[in-house]
Write a protein that binds this ligand. Sequence first.
Ligand SMILES: C[S@@+](CC[C@H](N)C(=O)[O-])C[C@H]1O[C@@H](n2cnc3c(N)ncnc32)[C@H](O)[C@@H]1O
Length: 265
Amino acid sequence: MNGCEGYNAIAKVYDKLNAEIDYSAWADFIETCFQNFLPSRPELVLDLACGTGSMTLELDRRGYDMIGVDGSADMLAQAYERAEGNPDILWLKQDMREFELYGTVGAVTCCLDSLNYLLTPADLEKTFSLVHNYLDPDGLFLFDMNTPYKFQQIYGNNAYILEDELVWDEGTDTEERAAVYCGWQNDYHPDTGICDFDLSIFEELPNGTYRRSDEHQQERCYSMDEIKKALANANLEFLGVWSDRHFSIPGDTAERWYFAARAKK
Ligand SMILES: C[S@@+](CC[C@H](N)C(=O)[O-])C[C@H]1O[C@@H](n2cnc3c(N)ncnc32)[C@H](O)[C@@H]1O
């Protein structure tokens, strides 16, 4: 399965379901990494697996020239709509395992466990090699991945319900609820490291009925050794890994690893 195949129906409600993610704080972390690991502020930044463009748009607002690459046409359609015709962002529908750019960039970001959607170490390494190819010498690669702890203890075989939040409508001064619920069933297979996610999305329509759409997604669990090996094989120098955006050292119960790597010349 290709990682972007499970991003069709969910694209329209993706931002509602992820409304609690603070992309501004995340961009602060990214800019701190730029300051810590780059000789100067990068001009051109690639946001790989950009989805609906939350980070792409945030970095655009901060003055970077942005390229957003994603394999899902539906996710990119949302990103394009949110960008309101902003001509400064280049959106490309490409599979990250074989993406192509016109030239190199100063930094690459890849947020919200998008790399876990690559289901084999070979695909991870292929993607890392392309990141290396399209980074300036000494350019910076910032990405995060879900940890084995998260796959084993949090995802496991659990089921969740996600729902959007109430929205205040300024026009009518009332609480508007265009409700979206997402039932999420996980099935983690420790032998292969693959986790199957079965999502059922219920979106409220203006007449009060609900439209149901189903998606199937898969992520793969990677060990720290596998990630570091893939980086080394792609000629990317590992600079550090943290468990949050305050540069904390990861413990055994970290759910997300934030990595920084540099393109060796
Ligand atoms: C969890 S979403 C994260 C999106 C975005 N980075 C964010 O922070 O909201 C994962 C994204 O990875 C994309 N994706 C998964 N596999 C991909 C692949 N092989 N090539 C390109 N994009 C892929 C999906 O289409 C989806 O938009």
